[in-house]
Design a protein around this ligand. Sequence first.
Ligand SMILES: Cc1ncc(COP(=O)(O)O)c(C=O)c1O
Length: 377
Amino acid sequence: MKWKVPYIDFGRQYKKQETLHLSNFKRIMLSGDFVLRDQVLTFEKNVSKILGVKYVISVNSCTDAILLSLGSLGIKKGSEVISVAHTYVATLSAIQHVGLKPIMADISDDFNINPEEIEKLITKKTRAILPVHLYGHSCQMDKIMKIAKKYKLIVIEDCAQSFGAKFKKKYVGTFGKLGCFSVHPLKSLGAAGDGGFIATNDKSLYEKLIRYRNHGQGRRKNGKYLKSRYDIDFFGFCSRLDNLQAAIVNTKLKILKKNIKKRNSIAKKYNQNLKNLPIILPKLYDIKDYSDVFNSYVIRTQKQFKLFKHLRNKGIEALINWPKPLYKHKGLKLSKKPLKNTEKICNEIISLPIFPEIKDSEMNYIINTIKNFFKLN
Ligand SMILES: Cc1ncc(COP(=O)(O)O)c(C=O)c1O
């Protein structure tokens, strides 16, 4: 379907930096520098500088970033990890695949884990908390870190949707032991396919993870293996970020700050124009508390499905991310204990198009379509 207003317009995004993308593409294709080459190292350096962390390990997705991170910690099988049910399935599948048990806490009205719910779920088996910074907004990291310290729990952050977001001027992904990020195309820093990375200040975890992502083979420096490339320390995985994808995200990093600013101004315009309607709008926070990246702009309404259908019928590619908590997917066999706020929120949310290249005319169309809907409903 050709949308009047797409959720994201990748073509417009590409056009903004077409010359740079094409010259990188040509250079890489001609040189054959495809796997673990210069752009990958540059990307890791760029990100560690932005986040202010010692080590960044690029991998092929955030799912793998979480999986490898949890795997690197040597947590006893069957131990419990506290996270949420309102997240992409990847968060919980990574926990499950390393032999740990996901325990789901309810969320607050900011869509993120409710710190007040965490303590109630801590048992003798709890080893870690995995907060998810959803939609480009940080969790309440001060409270979460306090609980983690009190109970000696490890914190691993799922920052798939929130690269660039801050809590009290500190970047998400730098509070816990490990921060896991995605550069999937739908993210505020998106490649042209899958990709992700891990941020940490822990040298021994870094040494493990850099091997995990490449079949247990030794570490490279400036493209060269420190030991022989045939020295294998343990069975690892094939989870590398492609050099071409790294080149794309390096190029996009140049305009990330500007793009985040634009996303914030779009959110502000939506908020100004949609107030006084029976909708709960996302809160705009003071920058000293939260810097948001608005990876998604999510409204809440009692008329979720009706408005969602109306928007799509009018050619607006709205989304519902996600319509039900993960424990309601029977096949996942998760604990089905209902989480009140999670369920309420799943029944109310709609994500509206938000991307830095959206035109004023497109935003006005979305705003007027919503206003007209509430005049009639
Ligand atoms: C909250 C969350 N966690 C994890 C992931 C997984 O990221 P990836 O697709 O890079 O594996 C996503 C992707 O959408 C996500 O939204």
